[in-house]
Design a protein around this ligand. Sequence first.
Ligand SMILES: Cc1cc2nc3c(=O)[nH]c(=O)nc-3n(C[C@H](O)[C@H](O)[C@H](O)COP(=O)(O)OP(=O)(O)OC[C@H]3O[C@@H](n4cnc5c(N)ncnc54)[C@H](O)[C@@H]3O)c2cc1C
Length: 476
Amino acid sequence: MRVAVIGAGVVGALVVRELARYEAEVLLFEQEADVGWGVTKANSGIVHAGFHDRPGTACARFCVSGNALFDEVCRDLDVPFRRTGAYVLALSAADRAVLDRLRAQGEENGVPGLEVLPGGEVLAREPNVNPAVVAALWAPTVGITEPWALALAAVENAAAGGLAVHLGEEVTGIRVDGGRVRAVQTARGSYPVDAVVNAAGLYADQVAAMAGVPEPRIVPRRGEYVLLDKAAGDLVRAVLFPTPSEKSKGILVLPTIDGGILLGPTAADLPEDAKEATDTSGDGLRAAVEGARRLVPKVDCGLAVKAFAGLRPESPPQDFVVGTTAVRGFYQAAAMRSPGLTAAPAVARWLVHEVIAGDLTLVRKASFDPVRRGPPRVADLASEEWEARVREDPRYGRIVCFCNLVTEGEIVDAIRRGARSLDGVKFRTRAGFGRCQGGFCTDRILAILARELGTEPEEVPLRDPRSWLVAGKIRP
Ligand SMILES: Cc1cc2nc3c(=O)[nH]c(=O)nc-3n(C[C@H](O)[C@H](O)[C@H](O)COP(=O)(O)OP(=O)(O)OC[C@H]3O[C@@H](n4cnc5c(N)ncnc54)[C@H](O)[C@@H]3O)c2cc1C
């Protein structure tokens, strides 16, 4: 049995990991040069509780069940995850009424531990919140994670179990004969397969169309963010939401898993073909900061280190499109709008174990090991542990990225795990993600990549083989 999964975002990555538990040949196709560089790369990184989602939807069901799986999945895959909890802040009497509605909706969805707290208690717990706060809905199960790290970890784990990873290989066609899937086509050839899982994010509409399946329609909705430096890291401890609008959960203030503070996202609907429009705008960033200051007036933009945007794969029914289709062997894990990151572990488990395994009569593999060891991070080590590591390998004593404390040893480890570009190293190690945004370490990372890959620095790509940083030597 051969199964192709299209898309190495967090959804496709967790799907291939579940498939790795069965006796099947699994192929993962990703058009980008690395894992997790689609929608998974730019979002809030929140593991939502599930009170925002309309009862009865797939979003609500998989958000609540996905949230409950995060401790286990992140422990097994060695991915950072912290349950910070979240407050939805009511700043007026009208907002206050929304909290009761959200709480009732959450309870209907099965969200545990929801409580409405008085404003004074919220201020005692989060002193930087707007003093006008009247009350807040407290959701203790909300957490934060590193979405691309989860995708990378799941693919590494599945690859150890036999997955064939095809990076930089876009699927351009799907052959369907007699109403069933037969092959996927790329520029490198045609791969006979018995089944295809569509986890193509913003392009899930195009992939579905390749199989002759009309759903889903995908409409990008842009969200712009401002990231504040770790110096602002103690501004808030939990995730802060405003009361939601019809369109989105609103502009938030939240801690990032590596100690910064994130402001945003905005929500702007784009034309259907604007699937790469991740540019930021003055208006968008101003809106992100103003929205954040409503919740936390002390937000200091002098501490901003980066602005970026992500595109949500929205679809008109405002729900995930998951499961079987009219084409035999063509399965969808599509229209994964927010909270798709939260829902991903539950969608992957349900789709593989409840739908695909039965449909294709897959047999469980006794040998699959669900545990994967993550990359070493000296920033997380006690000084004696760090010293011991340096004694074993002096490269862990050579700091390359001073903002995020990343050593040469960690960069070499990232290259061993598959990084082939500056961005590949950045997303695996956080080198270049800090205050200087690579200003002081890029040249050293470039030199390490060139040395380890046996190439010249000018051959090392920024992101993929079409982009590089150094145009040539200025001195021989
Ligand atoms: C602004 C914003 C904020 C969000 N905040 C949250 C949040 O806090 N919590 C939460 O739970 N969710 C959040 N989400 C939603 C979450 O990010 C997505 O649901 C999730 O990342 C979707 O993952 P995916 O794997 O479906 O898509 P992707 O990560 O986009 O993966 C799909 C992959 O398919 C590849 N691909 C496409 N077409 C082809 C092809 N033909 N051949 C080969 N490869 C192909 C793409 O390159 C891409 O890498 C947010 C989203 C955005 C944009």
